[in-house]
Every structure is written in C-alpha cells, then in structure tokens.
Ligand binder design. Structure first.
Ligand SMILES: CC(=O)N[C@@H](C)C(=O)N[C@@H](C)C(=O)N[C@@H](C)C(=O)O
Length: 692
C-alpha cells in the first residue's frame, strides 16, 4: 500500500462514496478544525489539514472563510511545516504558530514553532517571537492587542539565552535523563520535564518589520516558578484590557494527585491570587466577560468511589471573587463557556442525547436554552457586535464545516459557509435508533447503513463502542470513521450505553464502578434490537472499540461468543496494571479505588481475570507511544491470547500514541481491520495488507 497521492489543494474533493472505498483518497480528504473570528467580525480563519506533498503527514494551513457566506474560501498560509493556533489581533493581523523557517535564518536541526503575524491588509507573514523550546500557545487581549505566549522552559531558563544554554549542555553531554520528584511523570505521549511550560508577557507586538538588528520582542516570564511536572500548561486568557491574566493552575491534591484551580494574575507586576480554588473539584476553561469584570468557568466535582464527576458553570466576580452557580440543576455537563457580546448571557456546549449542542444561559439566572438541533458544535465564536455566532458543525453524516448561527433563535441546520473539503456523497445512510435496557432505560444509538442493505441483501453488522467512557458518539470522527466500513458493505452500530454523556447523571451512575455491568448489557441490548432489522444479517457480526471502547471489546470477548470477530485498539486488559501505569493514575483510582485495599471492583470488572472464556478471534492494536493506555496492556493481552491459542493478530505501531496520527499508519489501521473483518465475518481468505 503506498501513501496516497497528495491532495493538490484542499478545495479538491473526491466523491464521498469513492473516498471511503479508497483509503488513500480517504486520508487525503481535507480536515477542518480551529475556528477564529476577527475582532470586528468581518474575517473568519479556519485550520485545514491536508496531506503533505509526500503523503507522509497531515499539515495544517490557515484559510479564510467569508462570514457572510458569499465569497469562496481562500488559503492564507502555505508552508511545509504548516500553521496552527490562529488568533486575530485587534489591529486585524492574524497571529499563528508555525515551525516554518524564517527566510535567511540558519537551518534548525529541530525546528521549533515560533509566533508569526500575517498583516491584516495582506502580504507575507513575519516571525515576531521565538523561544528555544518553541511557542505552544498564545492569548491576545481583545481590547489592547497585548499578547501572552506559552513556551516550554528549562529550570532557570526564563532568559532565552539561559534556556538555550541548558539545552545545549544536556545535548553535548549526551544526557536525556529526567529526575522526577513528583507525580505524574508523563502525559498522553510525552515525558514531563525537565522543561515545563511557562507563560511569557510579550505586550503589544511591533506592527512593522523591526529595523535590522533590532532586539526581538522582549519577553517577561510571568510564571518563573512554574516547575515540572506540568508547569503552566493549563488554559489561559487575558482580560480585554490586558490588565489581568486568568489561567488554570495545576496544584497537588494529596501525595500523588493533582487538581486544577483558576488563578488571576496582574500582568503588570505578576502578583497572583487564587480566584476559584476548590479542594473537591477541578476548575477550568475560564473566559472573561466583555467588560472584564467577571469570569465564567467550568467546575467539575471530582469523582469518588461512589459518585461520578459532575459539571456546572460558575460566574465569578473579578473584584471580590464572589462565585455563583449558573447552571444549578441542569442535568448535562457544560463545556467551553463564553459570554454573549453584551455580557448578559453565557453560551456553552454540552453533550445532549447523542448531539453536542449549543446552549445559552442568562447571567442573571434562569434555565439554559438549547439553541441547536442535530449535530455536534465546536470552536464557538461570538461576534462582538452580537450579530452572530460561528462554529464548526459536524455530525455522523458530515465532517466539520463552518456555520453561522443566529444568537437568539434556535437553529436546526444552520447554513454551511463555503469552505474546503465538502463531501459529495456518503456510501450509505445515517439513522437514529433506540433500545430498552433490562431496567427499562432507553439506550440511544446511531446506525450507519451501507448502500444496498435490504431484506434481500442484509448487511453484516459491526458494533463500534466509543471510548472515554464519559463521552458519547455525537460527531464526525476521522479516527473512527464508520463510512470506511459502510463503503465495504458493513452496517455500523454506534451506541451510547451507560456511562455515556448527555443522558443525565443517573445514566452515568448506572455504570459507575461497574464497567462490566450496565455498560455491557446496554451494548448487548442495542445489538439485540438492531439484529431484529430485516436489513441486518445477525449471523455475521463483529465488535470493536478503542481505549475504553477497547476495554469493552475485551470484556465482550470474555462474556459472549455471539460475534465472529473482535477488534480491540489501545485497550485496557488488566485494570489493576492499567490504573497504576496510565499517565494519570489518580484520575482512574478515584472511581476504582486502590487495587490492594479495595480489590472488589477490579476482580469483578477486569477482563484479564476471565481470559479463559475467550473464543472469538481478536485483532489487538496498540501504539508504543501511548502513555494514556500503556502498551503493556496490549502485550499482556497478546500473551494471554497466544498462550490460550485464541486465533489472533497484533497490529503494533512503534511510533504512534493513543491515536494513529499519520496518513500511512492510518491507512494500515483501516486496511488491517477490514482484512480481519473480511476473514472472520465475511469468510474470505486472509489478505495481509501490503507493507506489513
Ligand atoms: C484523563 C483520562 O484518562 N481521560 C479519559 C477521557 C481517557 O483518556 N480515557 C481513555 C481511556 C479513552 O477512552 N480515550 C478515548 C476518549 C479515546 O478515543 O482516546
């Protein structure tokens, strides 16, 4: 299998059906993310991922979308390393991060992302600031244009020269060791330390090209004492007047746990005070009101052995820190809050009944109002004049596209704005179905039916279990794309069983600490119901899932032989080993307890304890750089299957993390899954994917 031919331009599209039948075309489809609206509401930037010329990685370019929807989208940037994190400055220039080389600069052995500025009236972008460890985030004061950036910084490295020297001395000495004295020591796919993110004040960036030899922008370290493990890597935002910086600070929560609080810094003198510091909750996602007098943020009550977490919105007065709950009694989990243009309401996103909807709640009290219908919304942008909202909207039958929403009236399907990558067609249809669990609870699912599924030609069925587990199937996914299976004739069932988000706190409680209980029986109820359909072939079925979905795939393998094949990606196998070696052990042991002191839940729900029952052929998939679910889970599962003679294969990615993030490996992932399903569900001869 060769990497796909490069997409010459993001505007090129392939007919939806063929793009899903041809993996090279599928990985070449443009992928939109990261929306940013200019201060005056006249310009909308979006990040578009396409294949690089060699087809070996996805690279992000910035495009401009017409907020009025009249003009076609136009590409703003095009460098080989790509651009990301677009944010507009009040002067109309577009800031972004990129590891692109500065013209005339000496070649870097390890290019680091710098902060670039694209003038509002066009022309070339220019590099405005760098740090030895690269720029990882940027915030702009919407009123003054002052800038704060995040950058990985060596201990004692506030001064860039000192930072550089420390890095060089380690390299020259051949030292890569990290001495840890706190927990955690790694996150997602990277080690923590010895550098850690610091926040730097850049002030107003120079508008014009600095004179030759002029000093680069003077950066002042706002968090000089930030140290590993996490430094100042939480989200951060500036008040409109640039006078205050609100940031999420991670603090110890006992000997080997952390929690998030929101602190407020005076950017002039660096004085900092906790704003919301709750020992029983994580507090995050701060956003300032238009006048800077208040903040809204999310409070997530920490989970306990008895109770799952719960989310609510807090309104906080900057002056005195007075806190008021905005969404008391609202039985959904608010996220990504932002004030309305006039500051009288807060918009937020929340999972709701298999959707990810936009809500609005009045600041002076009252119930949240859901503004959108079907679909999943992200990257919400509020026009400062109150005239519109913009967002990326996706659903299971449409990849993310930019849309404009009327801020006051509920909108079913807002018009998509012209943007790259519109799909022509899908190789099937999307349906919403429901089943009833044994306790009478409704279990909602999405069902993808392939073209041609009928009573005469019923389709084989793949049960695809979502991860989390505290999330839901509600939006388009490139990683888990059911249309690739539908293009080959499979129906795909995407259930939201117990523990899923968007169905109320009691629905989460049904599975809390008992993953092998209601979550499993809900999945079986969903499959039982769909197998009654005359256009589904109940004799040819498979189950698959990634991460927590992989846990469920393993658990299913130990509980039933009803499926002909099981695919388990980045999965949890031995809950005791997982909860101790995952990157954030404390997050999981809040629910599971200590395996030595409270072994019951581990004994009752860990699949590895029931390995002798497995008969179903299994495809095990795992990335070695996965620190969320360490590869040891797959190695133990693989040995346990092999020594029991279970027909199985192990697709191992030496350089992928919890997700598979390169086009070539993504094609191999789908090709191997499809070959395994063809062999065991369709009864075809095993066809080893080329290049394996
Ligand atoms: C801190 C933490 O572990 N958060 C969970 C959301 C998490 O990462 N769960 C994984 C086990 C998982 O299921 N991940 C899913 C969302 C995935 O597809 O990566």
């Amino acid at each position: 299998m060769s990497p796909s031919a490069p997409a010459s331009d993001a505007s090129s599209t392939s007919p939806g059906g063929s793009a899903f039948a041809d993996l090279a075309a599928f990985v070449a489809l443009p992928r939109l993310g990261g929306l940013a609206l200019s201060a005056d509401g006249s310009r909308l930037a979006v990040s578009v991922q396409t294949l690089d010329p060699e087809g070996k990685k996805w690279q992000s370019a910035l495009w401009e979308v017409d907020p009025a929807g009249n003009r076609p989208a136009r590409r703003l940037t095009r460098s080989a390393p790509g651009e990301s994190s677009p944010v507009w400055s009040p002067d109309g220039s577009l800031l972004f991060t990129s590891a692109r080389p500065e013209p005339g600069a000496k070649e870097q052995t390890e290019p680091k992302a710098g902060l670039w500025s694209l003038p509002g009236d066009g022309g070339e972008a220019r590099l405005v600031l760098t740090r030895p460890g690269g720029i990882s985030g940027v915030a702009v004061a919407t009123g003054t244009g002052e800038v704060v950036v995040a950058a990985a910084t060596m201990p004692g490295g506030s001064d860039a020269r000192a930072d550089e020297q420390r890095r060089t001395r380690r390299t020259d000495a051949g030292v890569s060791a990290i001495l840890h004295e706190t927990y955690p020591v790694r996150y997602w796919d990277h080690d923590l330390g010895p550098a850690s993110p610091h926040l730097f004040w850049a002030g107003r960036l120079p508008v014009d090209e600095p004179a030759t030899g002029a000093d680069p922008v003077e950066l002042r370290d706002l968090t000089p004492d930030a140290v590993p493990p996490s430094g100042a890597d939480g989200s951060f935002t500036l008040s409109p007047d640039g006078r205050l910086l609100a940031r999420v600070e991670e603090v110890p929560d006992g000997p080997a746990a952390r929690r998030d609080r929101v602190v407020l810094m005076d950017t002039a003198d660096g004085s900092t005070r906790p704003l919301v510091d709750d020992p029983s909750a994580d507090v995050f996602a701060p956003a300032f009101s238009p006048d800077g007098s208040a903040l809204v943020c999310v409070r997530q009550a920490m989970s306990t052995y008895a109770e799952p977490p719960d989310h609510t919105l807090l309104l906080v007065e900057v002056a005195d820190g007075a806190v008021r709950e905005l969404t008391e009694g609202f039985d959904r989990w608010p996220s990504a809050p932002q004030f309305s243009a006039d500051g009288t309401a807060v918009y937020f996103l929340a999972d709701d009944d298999g959707r990810h909807a936009v809500f609005r709640v009045p600041v002076d009290g009252g119930p949240p109002l859901r503004l959108t219908g079907d679909g999943a919304y992200s990257d919400l942008q509020v026009a400062r004049d109150g005239s519109a909202l913009y967002a990326l909207r996706s659903a299971y039958d449409s990849p993310p596209v930019p849309v404009r929403l009327d801020p006051e009236t509920p909108l079913q399907d807002p018009p998509a704005l012209p943007a790259p990558g519109t799909l022509d067609r899908l190789p099937g249809t999307l349906h919403e179905v429901a089943a009833t669990a044994s306790d009478g609870t409704r279990v909602q699912s999405w069902l993808v039916l392939p073209e041609g599924a009928s009573v005469e030609t019923p389709a084989p069925l793949v049960l695809w279990v979502h991860g989390g587990p505290l999330m839901s199937w509600n939006s388009w996914s490139w990683r888990w794309c059911p249309w690739v299976l539908a293009a080959r004739g499979y129906a795909v069932l995407l259930p939201n069983p117990a523990l899923s988000q968007g169905f109320g706190q009691d629905f989460v409680r049904r599975g809390w600490g008992e993953w092998g209980g209601a979550p499993y029986t809900d999945l079986m109820a969903a499959v039982d119901a769909v197998e009654q359909r005359p256009d589904i072939d109940a004799s040819r079925t498979a189950a698959m899932g990634g991460s927590f979905g992989g846990y469920m795939a393993n658990w299913i393998a130990t509980q039933t032989d009803r499926f002909r094949a099981i695919v388990t990606h980045a999965s949890l196998w031995d809950l005791d080993s997982f909860t101790g070696t995952t990157d954030l052990a404390y997050y999981w042991q809040q629910e599971w307890g200590d395996p030595l002191r409270e072994p019951k839940r581990y004994e009752q729900n860990s699949p590895h304890r029931y390995a002798d029952a497995i008969r179903t052929p299994m495809l095990v998939i795992h990335g070695d750089r996965d620190f969320r679910v360490p590869v040891g889970e797959a190695l133990r599962l693989w040995y346990d299957l092999q020594k029991r003679g279970v027909p199985s294969r192990f697709l191992y990615f030496p350089d992928e993390n919890h997700w598979v993030l390169t086009p070539g490996n993504s094609q191999i992932w789908y090709a191997t899954v499809l070959a395994f399903l063809a062999e065991h569900v369709l009864g075809e001869a095993w066809q080893r994917p080329e290049l394996l």
